[in-house]
Each structure stands twice: as C-alpha cells, then as structure tokens.
Ligand binder design. Structure first.
Ligand code: GLC
Length: 813
C-alpha cells in the first residue's frame, strides 16, 4: 500500500494520502532557527537548541498524534463550516476533501481542496533571517463570491522544554503576551531579552494571544471556539499559555486568488517589525524561497548519479544527502522521538556524521570535527556527550542564574573518567579528519592547534585562581589523532583485544573490562587512514610505527577473534566468547563481521567466509539483522542488549546504521552483487508500496526495522536521526560507485552488479567538475582496465583547476 511518490524533478516527496499510519517528518531551516514538522503541519520550532530555546510547543507521543503545530484554519462565513489546510487538526473526511503534503528540502507544502476553495500553505525558513514563514495562498474555484475568515494558530513554549512540560508553577507565570502594531509578542519574563513574535503581512481583523481563550474550554485544536464563532477575542495576559492567533476576513471573487504571509520569529516586537516590513513584500518571500532552493541545488550538484537502480538514484541524488546533512546540522536531538530533552554532541555519532558530507558541507564538517577535537581528553578518549560551548572561549553569561541558559557542569565533573568512556567514540574521528583533508586538500588542517577538554578546563581554573598568564595548552590536530590511536592501543584486555569499556558502537553491549572485536577492527581502520596521512605529511617514523601496530592488531585478530566461519563479537569480563558458533543466542553479529572485512584485517579466505555468514544468518528482506538469534535471557555480563525485546532495536532488529558497513565490506571483496542485494533490502525507496508494513517515511532511513523475532517484522522506526543516513551515502558513493577523493587525485573504482552496463556520475571535486562515465563491457563486478581523461589515457584522475570541466571514461574489466 502506498501513500505517495517521489517527485525527482522537484526533489520532493508527494504524500497524496494523508491518513498515514505514523507521522512523516521533515526539517526546516539550515541556520539557527529550525523546525521539525510532519505531514499535517504538526511540529515545533526552536532557536539553536530544542532543549533550552524552544519557540513553539509540541506534545510528543500524545493523543491526538503530533500536535500542535503551525496551523491555518479557513472558515466559510456563509455557513460557518471550517477546515484546516494541512488536513489536521480539523481533519475533514477524506472523501469530501482532497489534501496533499509535499516535503521538499527544508520546506513543506500543504494543499487542500474543499468546498471549492483551493488552499496552499508552505512552511520554510529563509536563510539569513531567524523567522519561519507561512506562505498561504487561496483560490476561489467556485462561481460565487466567498466570504471567508482565516485564522492562524500556534502555541508558544516556555524556552526550557522540561520546565515547559513539567514545572507549571514556574512556566505558567514566567511568560506573558501582548499585541500591538499587528504583532503578537511573547515575553519570557525570567530571561534577559527573551522574546518571540508572531505577525503577518496584513492588519488583523482579530487576534488572540491566550491559548485557552482561542480554543475555548473543553475545545481542542479540532474545533477552536474562535473559529467556530468566526471571531477572535483580543486576549493577552502576563502569565498563562500563549498562542499566535491572527484573524483575517477575506472576500474572494469567483476564480480569484489571494496570498497571506505569516511570520513566526526569534526576538521582540521590534525584530518582528523588521521582518514584517521585509516579508510583507511577496517578492521577498519568493526570493528567499528561490535562495533556499538554490542552496540545496548547489549541494546536490556536488554529486549526481545515473545508475540502473532508480531507488539509488533518487536517494543518493537527493534524500540520503539531505538526511546526512541534517544529521551534521542538527546533531541527533530534534525529531518527534527526541523532542528536546537532551542536546549536545554525542561523540561517536557526530564523528561519523562529519565523515559523510565534506564535499557538500565542508564548513559544517570542519566545525563539528573541531568541536570534537576540543571535546577530546588528553588521555585520548572523547567525552561521550558534551556541549561544544563548554570548551569555547568567550561564552556569554547571563547576569543572573536562569533556567534557560545551557548549564555548564562544575569544573571537576565536566571531564568524565574512564568508567564513563566508550571504547569507540574517538576512533571514528580519525578517518573523518582524513576524509576532510582528502576532500578539501587542506593538509594544513593537521597542524591546527587546539586544546584538549581537560587542558582547556585546567587553564580556566588556573585563571580563576588568579594565576597570571594561565595559558591553554594546545596540540596539533595530528597530535590529537595520535592520542586517540594510542588510547586504544593501551586499553586492551587479556587477549590483547581492545576493551569494551562502557560500550562500543553498540550502546547496549556493555562489556566493561571485557573485550570488543569491533573496536580492535576500528582501531586498525583508523590507523590505516592515519598512516596514509602521516606518509603524505612526510612523518615516516609515525607511519612506520602505526603500520607496525596494525600488524600487531591483525595478529591478535587472527589468533583470538576468528571463529572458523566468522569473527566473534568479543569476550565478556570473565573471558567468555560471544558471537561464536557455540552460542545459542547472539551467535552472529553484524558489526564485528562487517568491520573485520571493511577494515581490511580479514584476509581473502576469512573475508569470503565472513560475508557468507552475514548473508546466511543476518540477511532479511528488510535489511541485515544486527545479531541473531535475538537474546531472550538477560545476561548483564553481555549488557543491556539482553534486556531489550527480541527483534527490536539492538537486539536482533535490522539496525540500519551497520547495514552500509556490510555493503562496503562486500565491495572490499569485489562482491558487487551482494552489496546491491544488501543495499536494496534496506532501501526505504523500495518499501514505498509496503507502507502497511514499513509505516515510516520511505524517503528516510530509520534507526531500525523490527527484526524477524518480533511480531512487527518490517516496521521501521525513528527516521532521519540515524547514522545510517551518512553511512549509506558514504558506502554507496565511496565503495559501491567507488568515487573516492584522495590527497592528489580522484579515484573511480566501482563495485557493482555484473549485469550493469555502467553508470554516469557528475562530481564536483575541489572546484572542478568531473563528468564520469563508467562502462562495463565485460560485465564484471569490480576492476578498472582503462581510464580516459579528456580523451587521453591516464593511470590516475588528477585534481583539475577550479572552474574547469572534464570528461572521464572509466572502463571496467
Ligand atoms: C543509537 C546511538 C548510537 C549508537 C546506536 C547503537 O543510534 O545514537 O550512538 O551507536 O544507537 O547502539
């Protein structure tokens, strides 16, 4: 069963059946003010942080589903009938009204045809201005003159989401509202300069700032009293629950159109006046929208593919890039699942996200990498979850203690100890840094000097204790990388394998002093990237040292981690093997096996067998399971994973994030067929007509898909905020299509199904455009026999001058 389709030309997903089984979401805003919205205009807006600076309110996981949001009601004043443009909240029966939702890149458009009125509402956030625009268009499709009233509605939030949701004796008396000059202002009285505004491009015929007055007692968003009556009451108050309701009465001649712009923004009434002046000019709204379109077009243009796989084309060209960018921009803490209770950077997630889009967003990737380098301790482990602001100079403080200012823990607790360190966190950063340098060619990044989290805090303490000239100790990015690699080399258990510590990539595998095969493989991979960088920088001693260490790690892996047909997942603290053939539960794990191959540690025979085991034990039509069979017996030596329901999340679901590791691993051994089989199984595009099973968005990878040990096998959950976005993009483009930036060249080394005749790619690399045609006359899966650049045969594809365009023929065989 399907509810919509992909519109590739416009880079939109069009939902034409809006009664979806669950919310399908989108993200608005690419700078400081951002929103998460769904297909019925439900959602929330925030400024920089969804936890401490909420602008609008949202009742997550509630009934009715996913409210409130950014609503526009229409009322026919001839008969009092009313409806909303985005279907909900009024929710007219779908046999009497036609609704669509189009989710585009950083905008969403809702349309409605009802009672011979065509209505459209577009939500987006212009670049450069901290304001959300609601661009509303109405058309009278009847032969009658229509007398309509139009009402906006959103609920303001107290800035701190927790206080807003649980501490009403504070939140209800800490914000007030007022109306003047066509602008509703919410005043966060407990804050310095805490204001929001809501306004429109017209002189309102009515307004309400008080939620309960607009809705009316025992009414809801379904049937607001003001809309039922056709009249707002002009309410406002110091304290209470506030809303943005502006009314406009409209007379629409037969077949005529009108347009109205609402603006919801950050700042006080004066800020609102400036935005009102600007966006009351529809040409400015159109220009801002074109600018947003151009912003995303420029990003998408960096890599466009044309392959025989339509799902891959649509996802790579638009949606997976979008998902990867969103994860770099938003980190992982804004969705309808993560509704603002936790912000900051998760070390491992952010480190992986930063690796995936240096070609389309080098600035954001670099910003994240630098933040993570500052969040690294001098011992070489990363702070598992931290606020980048803690380690930045010159942070603003407020003159009084305010609940809405991001708190900074005490100096002596800010740097957590080894007991809270995850064994994998910082290892991910090493390849991300090297990828950034390969993409940009900026080798000087390795020499940038930055503090460690603990040296930064130590200098601050010294300065506060009156020490003059207390300087922050800094080291180069290159040195940070060495400390990361050395930490893993030191933190090994009795078999010489890296310790599991609090957790490794799998948050629910808590091996403590036990050992994790995954981390040793990751360590090996990170070192292989570092060695290439060290060689490039002429640091031959370092290159030799870490190459030797790689040899040692490989020896340990061969001797201790190979189980005959696949690799074990690790050892518990008491030395028990897990993920081995004797195991009844958790017999085969995806992460360790995919990484054994992907890292290059497994030699050919072991790699073949390992991929075979992944295919035999873990493959399902909805993607690869994380482990199988699921655990049913709690075992705290293994960890929390054994207490998760079988088939859900980390316990035997198709956990999406590691799936692309297996695609890359399959490519390592030249199995393009297997890589594509795994790719297609997880591919959300391929489930567009199975929404009765999948339920979630077909344009986004989800965190997990219920596995075969669960009754909801195939049901996807938690869209957008998952490492599978970035990793799908990375594995598909770098390994399957094989387009890889190097320090001084561009590699094209595909691994595809043998029945592909070839494919085309346009790639921008360091400012030059490469039109790449891959031909596969011999129908092989891997191997390049000839490269022709601009008509001349070549060994490698060079870095061309910025602004130039080149045609590259790659002939496989
Ligand atoms: C969640 C976490 C991520 C972790 C994964 C597996 O997605 O955000 O850090 O690696 O779960 O446990």
């Amino acid at each position: 069963m399907k509810y919509g389709h992909f519109d590739d030309e416009n880079r939109e997903y069009v939902i034409d059946r809006v009664d979806l089984p669950t919310s399908w979401t989108n993200y608005l805003g690419v700078e400081d003010i951002t929103a998460v919205v769904n297909h019925t205009a439900g959602g929330y807006l925030f400024y920089k942080t969804p936890e401490y600076h909420r602008i609008s309110r949202f009742r997550g996981n509630s009934v009715p589903m996913d409210r409130p949001g950014f609503y526009v009601y229409l009322r026919d004043n001839a008969d009092g009938d009313y409806w909303s443009i985005s279907w909900q909240p009024v929710g007219k029966p779908l046999d009497r009204a036609k609704y669509t939702c189009r989710h585009g890149l950083s905008y969403s458009v809702y349309t409605c045809d009802y009672a011979d009125i065509h209505a459209e509402q577009m939500l987006f956030i212009p670049r450069g201005d901290a304001v959300q625009l609601w661009d509303v268009k109405l058309r009278n499709d009847s032969d009658r003159v229509r007398e309509l009233s139009l009402f906006s509605y959103l609920e303001f939030s107290f800035h701190h989401v927790m206080i807003d949701n649980i501490n009403f004796q504070m939140s209800l008396y800490a914000a007030g509202s007022s109306y003047a000059d066509g602008i509703i202002e919410e005043d966060l009285f407990y804050e310095e300069n805490g204001y929001q505004y809501f306004t429109a491009d017209f002189e309102p015929d009515g307004f309400d700032c008080m939620r309960d007055v607009f809705l009316g007692t025992y009414h809801t968003e379904d049937d607001p009293q003001a809309v039922v009556n056709g009249k707002c009451s002009g309410s406002f108050e110091k304290g209470g629950n506030h809303c943005g309701a502006l009314q406009k009465n409209i007379t629409l001649a037969p077949h005529s159109e009108t347009r109205v712009i609402f603006m919801l923004g950050e700042g006080n009434r004066e800020a609102g006046k400036i935005m009102r002046r600007k966006y009351s000019d529809p040409a400015k709204v159109d220009a801002a929208f074109s600018d947003l379109k151009a912003y995303w077009d420029a990003k998408c243009r960096k890599l466009q593919i044309r392959t025989p796989n339509p799902g891959m084309n649509t996802l790579i060209n638009t949606w997976t890039l979008y998902q990867s960018e969103i994860n770099v921009m938003f980190s992982r803490f804004a969705s309808f699942i993560e509704v603002g209770g936790r912000v900051g950077l998760g070390y491992r997630d952010t480190a992986q996200d930063s690796m995936t889009v240096p070609h389309s967003n080098p600035e954001a990737c670099r910003m994240r990498i630098e933040q993570l380098l500052r969040g690294l301790t001098s011992k070489g482990y990363g702070l598992h979850l931290f606020q980048p602001e803690w380690f930045m100079e010159g942070q603003k403080t407020q003159s009084f203690k305010s609940p809405t200012v991001i708190p900074r823990p005490d100096k002596d607790t800010i740097i957590h100890g080894l007991a809270d360190a995850c064994s994998d966190d910082a290892l991910w950063l090493v390849p991300s840094i090297v990828e950034y340098i390969r993409e940009t060619g900026d080798l000087s990044f390795a020499d940038l000097k930055l503090p460690y989290a603990d040296t930064f805090i130590a200098a601050q303490s010294a300065a506060e204790a009156g020490e003059k000239n207390a300087e922050v100790q800094t080291e180069t990015v290159y040195d940070h990388m060495k400390r990361i690699l050395d930490f893993s080399a030191e933190q090994v258990g009795q078999s010489g394998v890296c310790k599991g510590l609090r957790a490794d990539w799998n948050d629910c595998l808590n091996l403590g002093g036990g050992e994790s095969a995954l981390v040793s493989f990751l360590h090996y991979w990170a070192m292989s990237h570092f060695v290439q960088l060290a060689e490039e920088l002429g640091r031959t001693e370092d290159a030799a040292h870490y190459r030797e260490l790689m040899g040692h790690v490989k020896k340990v892996a061969d001797e201790k981690l190979w189980d005959g047909d696949w690799y074990v997942r690790g050892f518990t603290a008491s030395g028990r093997k897990i993920g081995c053939r004797e195991d009844k539960e958790g017999k085969v794990h995806l992460e360790s096996n995919a990484w054994a191959v992907l890292s290059g540690i497994a030699d050919d025979e072991k790699a073949e067998k390992t991929m075979q085991a992944i295919d035999t034990y873990l493959y399902t039509k909805y993607g690869l399971l994380l482990n199988t069979p699921s655990y049913t017996v709690p075992d705290d030596e293994i960890g929390f994973v054994t207490r998760v329901y079988p088939g859900l999340k980390e316990n035997g679901a198709s956990f999406s994030h590691p799936n692309p590791w297996a695609w890359a691993a399959a490519c390592r051994i030249g199995r393009g067929d297997l890589a594509m089989k795994f790719y297609d199984a997880l591919c959300p595009y391929n489930q567009n007509d199975q929404i009765e099973t999948r339920e979630s968005e077909p344009y986004s990878y989800c965190q997990f898909i219920a596995g075969k040990d669960h009754s909801a096998f195939g049901r996807a959950r938690h869209p957008f905020m998952t490492g599978s976005g970035g990793w799908s993009y990375f594995s598909a483009t770098r390994f399957m299509l094989g387009i890889r930036p190097e320090f001084h060249s561009l590699t094209v080394d595909p691994c595809i199904p043998a029945d592909w005749d070839g494919f085309d790619v346009t790639r921008e690399f360091r400012g030059a455009i490469y039109h790449i045609t891959v031909e596969n006359p011999d129908h092989v899966m891997k191997g390049v026999k000839q490269i022709i650049a601009d008509g001349k045969e070549t060994e490698t594809i060079p870095v061309f001058a910025p602004g130039s365009e080149h045609s590259i023929r790659v002939i496989m065989g």
